[in-house]
Design a binder for this molecule. Sequence first.
Ligand SMILES: Nc1ncnc2c1ncn2[C@@H]1O[C@H](COP(=O)(O)OP(=O)(O)OP(=O)(O)O)[C@@H](O)[C@H]1O
Ligand SMILES: [Mg+2]
Length: 309
Amino acid sequence: MTVTLNPALDLTYAVDELRPHTTHRVRAVHERPGGKGLNVASVLHAQGEAVLATGLLGRATGSAVQALVDAAGLPSAFAPIAGETRRTVTIADGADATGLWEPGPVVGGAEWDGFVAHYRRLLDDARVVALSGSLPRGLPPDAYAILIRAARARGVPTVLDTSGEPLRLGLAAGPDLAKPNAEELATLLGPGAGPAAVRGLVAAGCGAVVVSRGPRGLLAVSGAGAWEAAPPAAVTGNPTGAGDACVAALARGLRDRTPWPELLADAVALSAAAVAAPVAGAVDTAHYRDLRARIAVTPVPQTEEHNPC
Ligand SMILES: Nc1ncnc2c1ncn2[C@@H]1O[C@H](COP(=O)(O)OP(=O)(O)OP(=O)(O)O)[C@@H](O)[C@H]1O
Ligand SMILES: [Mg+2]
């Protein structure tokens, strides 16, 4: 099950050349369901895994996201809210992309309580939960901590992928796995934090920390040891959503109790294959199959002073 508390309707406008202070004729409009948890769900669905996407959707934009989710055949059980789901607009010209992110809805206290009750019911059929992305306004900063504790009470493992205060408070609830990228980890632990600080997170109750480092791959620290896993070469393409494909693989591996080296190789291959696919939430399947057997995974000795960032 994937949780997306702040989903979006992702709109991409293709223009010839973006020039501020002028009017543009948009050549093509692309719409897709956005939000990190939805990307995780899309990747797992494309991999043939049974997945359910939940979260919050509101009003006309929420209905548009729901329609796109349904059209993709992605099973979902979103809870309705009164506020309007946000749109994230990307203006792409040949050279670059410019983003305009709407602020999104303010979620009321009763709506949040209703979602938590809905989520608890869904946990009955879940074997692993991925909690991804930012929180909408109005939610308590410990929203993920609440969802992690509820899952643990039912014996369902959790993967947490967020940043800032929701990450700090979520870690305190002891998720089975957290997947910060190097920048999110540096913000959390302070610049120059070393492996001892990451091991400290594990000692404090987070089952495992898997740090993603862009083309350099993953560094994983768990109670069982530490490993590095890297692709044979950097892939050129669209890195947005690579972290979500990584979370998809980690969640699947947690469900299946896949041994660490195999789990990390799978996560590196699936996320590199996401870079090779043009849009977030998709993977290049041929690329994934080709890479899967070619990922180097190396144990990192506890004593090695290795900077995780
Ligand atoms: N250019 C690349 N080539 C190969 N693999 C990549 C590349 N970029 C990312 N990856 C893989 O994807 C994983 C996740 O990427 P990254 O660290 O950028 O995540 P992220 O910042 O959380 O991304 P996002 O939140 O946008 O999905 C990396 O650990 C790596 O395995
Ligand atoms: Mg990320």
